[in-house]
Design a protein around this ligand. Sequence first.
Ligand code: CUK
Ligand code: CUA
Length: 767
Amino acid sequence: MKSILKKALLLSTAAGLGLALSGAGANAQGQLEAIMKARGLTEKDVLAAAKTYVPTGKRDEFIVFSSGGQSGQVMVYGIPSMRILKFIAVFTPEPWQGYGFDDESKAILESAKINGKLITFGDTHHPAISETKGEYDGEYLFINDKANPRVAVIDLKDFETKQIVVNPIMMSEHGGSFVTPNTEYIIEATQYPAPLGKSVYVPLSQFNEKFRGAVTYWKFDREKGRIDPAKSFSVELPPYSQDLSDAGKLVSDGWSFTNSFCSERYIGGIEKGRPPFEAGCSQKDTDFLHVVNWKKAEALVKAGKVKMINGHPVVMMDTSAKEGVVYLIPEPKSPHGVDVSPDGKYIIVSGKLDTHASVYSWEKIKKLIDAKDFAGKDPYGLPILDMKKTLHTQVEVGLGPLHTQYDSKPCVVYTSIYVDSMVTKWDYCKGKVLDQLHIHYNIGHLMTMEGDSVTPQGKYLVSLNKLAIDRFNPVGPLHPQNHQLIDISGDKMELLYDMPVPLGEPHYAVAIRASKLKPLVRYRLGWDSRNDRISPFKTRPGREKIVKKDGVVHVYATVIRSHITPEIIEVEEGDTVSIHITNVERAEDETHGFALSGHNVNLSIEPGKTVSATFKADKAGIYPYYCTEFCSALHLEMEGILVVRPKGVKAEEAGFSEGVKYTEEDYKKQYQQNLQVQKVIDSVVNFIVSRNYKDFPTVVGLVEDATDQLKFAADAKKKAEEFAAKKDWQNATLWAQQWFQYQVKAADIGLRAKTYLEQHGAKVIKK
Ligand code: CUK
Ligand code: CUA
């Protein structure tokens, strides 16, 4: 460790790592050197660590929404730390969030049945964040299911799935979800051709005549936060095996672009000795980029120039040819990604079996279209533009280019190179390669910060790899997936971090500046979050009840630290039971869970939320239920019993027996103790109210919560005194103990608030 440079580097790195250097500089430097030596770290490693490490309490600059692949979920993590924050349940039941377990979210999955079949997985591919004027606005997230053509809407207010729509005419898809610049539409394009409609039989011999592709434009109703299927439509396409899509922006707004990889219209049959799909689909040197005028298609739909297929309006190919809706441009061999530049002027296409990325010029395309200057027609009568006349340039970027993402620097892009396992940085204006970085291994998509928007943010790139091979500790033949973080702030790309992902294949991800997201901390009391409305089953504290209506036993329950009310639910064998639980907490992060033995009932009830679970109590017995989140010191006591009486057996009053017989002395002792505790609480309260606590929303929430607890404490105190007046020392003491429980909770919350105020420099406002 000689050079001054090295020393400076170590010092700056150490500072980045949060080591205290003041005074003890030499010591910290020595320690750092010792650690580097012991762990075999290079300077580059330490620098990478300093660039990614986020100290405790600090937050990430960007938030990533990544496809969870076959898990049917979306993964949320931060950049640069790569810390996973959440898996959002979308197409697959997920017990932690109660998704697919509570009645409300079950209804979402059930609304997305296909031919009456409940589908409990999804093959998620492309997440898309809602946009306003081409900028990510952070309000909604959309994601598609390739296997069972569906699109889901996730509200970023609470990171919950609100809606899943089933494509009415496709049997598979891939080119979704991509949004138009004001989220007017969410684009979903087919992958494997099939007759349009749902489950339509046509013999394979009629492939050319009856099999079709399509692109669906799902209308998004921003007001409602839902897709409006009634205002959505599709455009029929030839059976060319469409692939990825992208929406035009700014100068190309109103248009969308969709690739295809099998314009050969080949059908395999390897089992009969026919060459397989992969051979048949790569015979020709070019496939077709579909250029679709969606604004014109929208007008044709309004004018009724459509065919209704399965109740859904489709602009057919003959109409498209006549009215100028769809144009085809040849693109090099088996293309995959199509990505429109931030200014909307260029469209970059990569051919998997080619070494080039092709940059098409929107200006040139538009000129040819306006002049009706066509090179020919395809078998379906769709006009074909001359490839050479539409190209801006082609650049040799490496073997197997897949996807392209844009930098904040003008003209700079990054393309994933599958076969060569690398990222190529290049200039698409001048058409030259700038840098190349090898990754591990076989990159699929890649993603830059807000790289799909009109204003990419640069800084970082994530490489979403298909294989992990030797990167991580082995965990059996099924390896984790690998997201690699790359620093793109300088001229040379620098690999910073490997993140194993124990979920499905990460196809695509989108990253948004964290400050643009404004998620809720708690719900309004009684909120049905799956439907975004006050639940008809909302229950206030003290209004809990059990009522039988139309043959169903409805339990209106509440949860709050540390009890579930009611604690005993008694029903008869064969009864249908519907438990509606409201979390009446107002405190941040005080989620309660609800698990019932043997009935597949498992709920997550965040503060304010109301959820329901309906099930048949078909076997007599004693079934404990309890809270599954360790929510307080007496969390284990947050329990109850479902008593299922055999048919014909009369209900019996419970023979309650307490373990201890309390005396007047016990009562008085507890009472005096509580008065002492109250003094402590009062001093904490005084501290808080004498500060400008109202300037701190977190503390305001805590104070509301503590106020609730103190109200409960006062109620319990009253009950204790009433029993004491009757000299019922047993009940008087138990209520005095309950009073103490509420005090403990209030004190706990109060102390949290006090600590927060101290740490955040609250000011004294009165003495
Ligand atoms: S796809 Cu997986 S690497 Cu579904 Cu966008 Cu290209
Ligand atoms: Cu609520 Cu544990």
